[in-house]
Design a protein around this ligand. Structure first.
Ligand code: ZN
Ligand code: ZN
Length: 244
């Protein structure tokens, strides 16, 4: 199983660096930051080869690239349905808004077929070679309103390789239970301190921790803080592919 980071930065991306987002096996995109289409192309992933979009939660920095992504597919005459998966609250609203923004009723030639998979925490689903399970993350918006955010566990059916990832979350021990014993955990470092993300990795006894959604300017101290608690901590680096 291959994971390519197309962005690892904060909600306002650092110059040259994209918001947290990655692609699994070249065809399953997790979240769409500001420039997902351009970043995929920069890192040699053709956006048309994306079969499913997995959204961790419906905050803007995790879906703001959706209209561009749909526009690209519309221009390229994609016929295959794009599966769009995410927390059931607001998923349809956000996807419909993206199509409305593209004025699909006025430009029907840009229509892209999509299949929505709305999820509640604890639900599972299959996407081609991957089996996904979910658990609730713990996340609030800037105004303090609770957000329905998911963490996901992925198992590749052919190889049985697996890993887990969070979207935005604060320190939330159930995530350690959810990721128990996995080879890899990709964890938010914007809403959890690097130390606390490392505590989750340690409690989960994962083999490796990759931090994502961190300020590129603070990268070296983010890594140091995490490694003090959990030695096998790494930074998700934009453009890097890791293999399991
Ligand atoms: Zn975020
Ligand atoms: Zn968020």
């Amino acid at each position: 199983m291959k994971i390519t980071f197309i962005g690892s930065s904060t909600c306002i991306p650092d110059l040259k660096y994209e918001t947290a987002s990655f692609v699994i096996n070249g065809k399953h995109l997790v979240d769409t930051g500001w420039n997902a289409v351009l970043k995929m192309r920069e890192y040699s992933i053709e956006p048309l080869s994306i079969k499913s979009l997995i959204i961790t939660h419906l905050h803007q920095d995790h879906y703001i690239g959706l209209p561009q992504f749909l526009f690209y597919m519309g221009l390229k005459k994609r016929t295959e349905a794009l599966h769009i998966i995410g927390p059931k609250e607001h998923l349809m609203q956000v996807v419909n808004s993206a199509f409305d923004f593209l004025q699909i009723s006025r430009f029907p030639e840009l229509e892209v077929s999509s299949l929505l998979v709305p999820l509640s925490p604890g639900q599972t689903f299959e996407e081609e070679e991957l089996h996904f399970s979910t658990c609730a993350a713990k996340h609030v918006s800037g105004s303090g309103a609770p957000e329905n955010a998911l963490a996901y566990k992925v198992i590749e059916s052919t190889t049985k390789k697996s890993f887990a990832f969070t979207g935005d979350t604060s320190f939330h021990p159930p995530i350690a239970e959810f990721a128990k014993g996995l080879p890899l955990l990709i964890h938010d470092a914007a809403h959890t301190s690097p130390k606390d993300a490392a505590r989750i990795a340690k409690m989960a006894e994962v083999e490796r921790l990759f931090l994502i959604h961190y300020s590129q300017e603070r990268a070296s101290s983010v890594l140091e803080e995490a490694q003090e608690v959990f030695e096998n901590s790494f930074l998700a680096r934009e453009g890097e592919t890791i293999e399991l």
